[in-house]
Design a binder for this molecule. Structure first.
Ligand code: ZN
Length: 279
């Protein structure tokens, strides 16, 4: 049975790195990993946006050539990057410009076929000033416009979101001309009904209760761990084996059919990212 983790990080600097993580994933039954780049400050002193994105493209290449797992890169500038620039003394205007350029770099990598989506982009999950929030919202709209041009999805990192926030993001997507389903809400709760997600695609955090609640409403979602691959933060999120193991458990318990699992792990993934998965 195929299993796709829609949001899993690999980090050879602070964690085990691409090959050990992919091998663990594979041994537990995983077949495809969608891997967003980590923030610049986790990948070395003075690392710039482009370098952080090139690193993840390189990790994905290694996984594809040296393991049985199919890997795909997602590239972008995390909203926390702007807050960090401001803390370091960059002006709001300069910070916005740097973030815009980073998003343009991400789009370029997608257009070159080196990445399949833009992300993580969005809004901070912590309190910021109204002026800073305004910039985050402008950057989010810009990311969606670039994604529409490149015809690719965006993976959203935001504050914890319910139906009201999903509607707000859906309206931004409309404004950008990006198909709503191409907006993938990373770290989502079980907002699987159309009236809850307003047409966006939720990527469900793969704890047992969230996935069971999601399955009661349908199969129009993705599964993820948000594994950080950071040895200083063990247990901060679900481990790299979670998505395949959770899926197998649900199959064994009769809580998901093989057809439903195929839809979540293959059909939804292939349609959204315009990729082909093979086993
Ligand atoms: Zn993440």
């Amino acid at each position: 049975m195929p299993a796709t983790d829609n949001h899993i990080h690999v980090d050879p600097i602070n964690g085990e790195g691409p090959l050990p993580v992919a091998q663990k994933f594979h041994r537990s039954g995983g077949t495809a990993m969608i891997i967003p780049n980590k923030p610049t400050w986790t990948v070395g002193e003075g690392c710039d946006f482009e370098r952080a994105m090139e690193l993840v493209v390189g990790y994905v290449d290694r996984i594809n050539s040296e393991t049985e797992v199919q890997a795909f890169a997602v590239v972008g500038s995390h909203p926390a990057e702007l807050s960090r620039l401001l803390r370091e003394g960059t002006t709001l205007g300069d910070g916005e410009q740097l973030m815009r350029e980073a998003l343009e770099t991400a789009q370029k990598l997608v257009l070159e076929g080196q990445a399949v989506a833009m992300g993580e982009v969005g809004r901070p999950h912590y309190e910021v000033s109204p002026e800073e929030m305004e910039v985050h919202n402008r950057l989010l709209l810009y990311a969606m416009e670039l994604a529409r041009e490149a015809d690719c999805p965006v993976q959203l990192h935001t504050e914890s979101a319910g139906p009201d926030e999903f509607l707000e993001f859906a309206q931004l997507a409309d404004q950008a001309g990006l198909k709503r389903e191409k907006v993938i809400k990373h770290f989502s709760g079980p907002l699987v009904l159309p009236e809850e997600n307003h047409g966006l695609t939720p990527s469900l955090i793969s704890s047992g209760d969230v996935i069971r609640a999601g399955l009661k409403k349908g199969t129009n979602f993705l599964m993820e761990t948000d594994y950080l691959d950071d040895l200083s933060r063990p247990g901060a999120v679900l481990g790299p084996k979670t998505v395949p193991r959770r899926t197998r458990k649900l199959l064994n318990a009769g809580l998901i059919s093989e057809d439903d699992a195929y839809r979540i792990h293959v059909e939804n993934v292939e349609r959204l990212y315009a990729i082909e998965l093979d086993f």
